[in-house]
Structure formats: structure tokens, C-alpha cells
Design a protein around this ligand. Structure first.
Ligand code: ZN
Length: 146
């Protein structure tokens, strides 16, 4: 096995996992009908997050999820994203064991976070976003579950 593919737990490190993949859509209702047809799944959660200006639906996919994001209003970041780039892949969320430690390491290496503080998500998990300019062009969400 390639050394880089050795599971982190075998090296005494915590094992990060893909928590969800975020997809920006024009309409959650339209997107849900696609995923219901394709995967036969229904959302485990559907809610509005006023602080982020989004409506989300979480679709369970194995140990992970697909997060559908629809902008809630004209000034929503998701509305602007869809206007500029069209619907599509928006971010990747990875679960980490110790979010504070990750944030400290990122700050120490000069990487840019989207917000200054760790925020509290819809399902009680805490999260931060690493700006795409500091994350290889990918909007990276780091999540710590309660
Ligand atoms: Zn997310």
C-alpha cells in the first residue's frame, strides 16, 4: 500500500471524513426530484439558515450526505454564486476531531478563513469555511460534530 494511503488512524492521527458535499441549486424542489429519482432518497433535514441566507436540504448518502443549497433572497451568497457561475458544486465539508486545533494551524500558516469565528450549524455541529484562495480553489468547510 502507498504510504500516503495508509489510514490516518494507523499512524496514530485522528481520521477526518467527508461529512457532506454542498451543491448550489436554483430550486431545492427541482433538485430534490432529481435526487429522489436518481438515488431514491428523501431529505433527512430541510431548513432555512437565516445567518447564512440559505435554505438547505440534507440527503443521506451512505456515511456522508449531499447538502443542497438554495439562496434565500437576492443578497444571499448562494443566489450570487448561482448568478455568477450557475448551479453546481459549491463546497466540500470534512469532519475533523478538533476544530479549534485545525483553525489554529490554518491561522498559523496564514490561510484565509471566510469568517473570523467558528459558527454553529443547523444540526448542532460547529463549522468554519476556508476561503478558496487559501484552499486550492475549493471552498472547504471544516466540521466538528457535537
Ligand atoms: Zn456545508
Amino acid at each position: 500500500m502507498l504510504r500516503g494511503l495508509q489510514p490516518p488512524e494507523d499512524r496514530g492521527l485522528p481520521s477526518p471524513k467527508i461529512h457532506h458535499v454542498g451543491i448550489a441549486v436554483e430550486s431545492i424542489d427541482d433538485a430534490l426530484s432529481l435526487y429522489e429519482d436518481a438515488l431514491g432518497v428523501v431529505p433527512a433535514l430541510r431548513t432555512e439558515i437565516p445567518a447564512e441566507g440559505v435554505i438547505i436540504a440534507m440527503l443521506p448518502v451512505g456515511d456522508s450526505r449531499i447538502e443542497l443549497l438554495e439562496g434565500a433572497g437576492a443578497d444571499s451568497p448562494i443566489t450570487r454564486f448561482v448568478e455568477r457561475r450557475g448551479p453546481g458544486l459549491h463546497h466540500i465539508a470534512v469532519r475533523v476531531e478538533d476544530l479549534e486545533a485545525s483553525v489554529e494551524r490554518l491561522r498559523a500558516s496564514g490561510r484565509r478563513l471566510v469568517s473570523d469565528e467558528i459558527r454553529l450549524g443547523a444540526e448542532g455541529y460547529r463549522y468554519v469555511f476556508v476561503h478558496p484562495s487559501s484552499a486550492g480553489g475549493v471552498l472547504l468547510e471544516l466540521i466538528e460534530e457535537p
